[in-house]
Design a binder for this molecule. Structure first.
Ligand code: FES
Length: 568
């Protein structure tokens, strides 16, 4: 085993490695027993993951039961609601730090504990690059809270309640009182936001024990699953079941099918591309569209639908969903257990067809995420048709352009802003380099004066991302972004923008000559980030565009687990 390089033998180096780790451990702890790290994103500042310390204890028991040695490894943790300027700025840093610490230490395999949005993507990117046997335990969603008799969807219902305050139907005191009702228990957001989506995508990829993703954080079955996963990690070391041995193009195919069937977050596209890049799997934006757009949307969850994650679990969970679309899955994709994903679905069933629809009665016959290209997004942009308004799927309108999120906030509610319901709102300077970190601002709030006229959706175009808890006709992840020289930086207020989702087009109606003549204005360039030092500088200099996963260029690929040199 890998850890033997630290512990075996009777020389001075092995003595030092063993002695400093002994601290009550039995003498056989370092004699051929798999050393299993528990990469733990528990943190008081990541409230969605704070309970993972208890989950880690269950994993630890499982590892010991199977004859391994469990070693907790606290790793960089990202609390979506707390971390500024945006948690996405730190995803690659968390992945890099985790990868390096797994490689640097005497570790044979790892159990990855994540939950809040960026944590599972970062852990999977790390595991792919260090290529040690690795399995994820998703921390699980929180239980459904209720307020004034109605269930509360995390994130999504914050917007509804704040609108009620603006409308005068809810007092400020009542609004504040809903806070503790919304966050009823341990766990991550309970809508089909990014955290729930990434737990499901991780299981569909084959990196979670089938049937575990979506188990509520407060459900004791999560601890049972954590115990079982600890045991499995020991078996995975014995079988040398590393990410490179089972995470294939077929695994990503199945993840995209799952993403479409549950109506998952657009953020998953960026994360899947980044994970694939670490593995050397040739996955493109077009694969996401081609595979996902044939898949029916079967799950009726907020933000676009009615129910919450606790309901999905009760109704049969991901396995029940995947069984309905089994013929669309790639049967060759395996899992952490060594069993192909499709072979784990036989006994799955739907227990509530309101929450999980049968294949014959889908919510939308063809779901997925559409990829648009054209003169405004030569390298692609994404839109989620199921979250968009049907009457805007083919649309032409005058651009109203904002150079930064600050510019947007300063002017959007100006009564003199020249905007109408047919306008296309454009927000730039929000891509990976421009902000930096690609914040979730693409779902711009509509101008107040149009809201008062009853307008509820407009076409919006942005090089940033959108919260998984949001919806609307929003074209996002425009690549190249404005700060990387993309044509989005050349559009002026008054230019005509057309989108046609069926034809997969997004264009600015300008000649190629006119576009080539233009340069970004001073105000546009002033909206781009130019950090002086530190991680932000490194990030801006090396981050790739959204269409390839927004990883850093020097982190793409794998280095394996070998340590090149040893100073001892
Ligand atoms: Fe952590 Fe939503 S804030 S999952």
């Amino acid at each position: 085993m890998r850890s033997d390089h630290w512990y075996s033998g009777d020389d001075r180096n092995a003595y030092i490695h063993r002695a400093w780790m002994r601290r009550g451990a039995p003498s056989d702890a370092f004699a051929g027993r798999p050393q299993i790290a528990i990469a733990n994103t528990a943190s008081d500042l990541t409230p969605c993951n704070a309970h993972l310390t208890e989950v880690a204890a269950a994993v630890r028991d499982g590892v010991h039961t199977a004859g391994g040695v469990a070693l907790e490894l606290p790793v960089v943790s990202l609390g979506e609601t707390q971390v500024r300027p945006t948690a996405m700025l730190w995803r690659n840093m968390a992945a890099m730090a985790t990868e390096e610490m797994l490689r640097a230490n005497p570790i044979d395999g790892v159990v990855l504990l994540g939950g809040c949005d960026k944590t599972i993507p970062a852990l999977l990117m790390a595991a792919a690059s260090v290529d040690l046997p690795a399995v994820v335990v998703p921390g699980g969603p929180m239980l459904t809270g209720t307020f004034r008799g109605r269930p509360l969807g995390c994130g999504t219902d914050v917007w509804r309640l704040s609108e009620e305050v603006r409308a005068g139907t809810l007092s400020d005191e009542q609004f504040t009182g809903s806070e503790s009702a919304m966050i009823r228990s341990r766990g991550h957001c309970n809508t089909m936001g990014t955290a729930s989506t990434m737990a499901i995508v991780a299981e569909a990829l084959g990196t979670v024990v089938p049937g575990v993703a979506g188990t509520p954080a407060a459900d004791s079955r999560l601890l049972e699953a954590a115990h079982g996963t600890g045991r499995l990690a020991v078996d995975m070391v014995a079988a040398d079941r590393r990410p490179s041995t089972f995470l294939t193009r077929a695994s990503f195919h199945n993840a995209i099918v799952a993403l479409a069937a549950v109506g998952g977050s657009t953020n998953a596209v960026v994360h899947l591309l980044a994970i694939a890049g670490r593995l050397g799997v040739d996955l493109t934006l077009d694969d996401v569209d081609r595979i996902g757009s044939r898949v029916p949307l079967l799950v009726d969850l907020q933000p676009a639908g009615r129910f919450l994650m606790e309901d999905l679990h009760r109704a049969g969970g991901l396995r029940a969903v995947l069984r309905e679309v089994r013929d669309l899955l790639d049967p060759t994709a395996s899992t952490v257990t060594g069993t192909p994903l499709v072979e784990t679905l036989d006994d799955a069933d739907i227990w509530d067809t309101e929450v999980i629809r049968r294949r014959a009665e889908p919510i939308v016959a063809e779901g997925g995420i559409a990829v648009l290209r054209g003169s405004l997004a030569p390298d692609g942009a994404v839109v989620k048709p199921a979250a968009a308004s049907p009457h805007l799927m083919r649309h032409k309108g005058r651009a109203v352009v904002f150079d930064s999120i600050e510019d947007f906030h300063a002017r959007i509610d100006d009564p003199d802003l020249d905007v109408d319901a047919d306008s296309v709102l454009v927000l730039r300077g929000c891509g990976p380099k421009g902000y930096p970190g690609m914040p979730e601002v693409a779902n711009m709030p509509l101008p107040r004066k149009l809201l008062e006229q009853g307008v509820r959706d407009m076409v919006r175009v942005c090089d940033g991302r959108m919260s998984g808890t949001a919806y609307g006709t929003v074209v996002l992840h425009v690549a190249p972004e404005a700060a990387a020289g993309g044509p989005l930086g050349l559009v002026r207020t008054g230019d005509v923008i057309s989108i046609d989702v069926e034809a997969r087009r997004i264009d600015v109606e300008l000649s190629a000559d006119e576009l080539a003549r233009r340069t970004p204005s001073e105000a546009t360039v002033a909206g781009f980030a130019d950090p002086r030092r530190g991680w932000e500088r490194l990030y801006v200099d090396h981050v790739l565009q959204a269409d390839t996963g927004a990883d850093l260029d020097f982190l793409v690929g794998s280095s394996g687990s070998e340590v090149a040199r040893d100073s001892h």
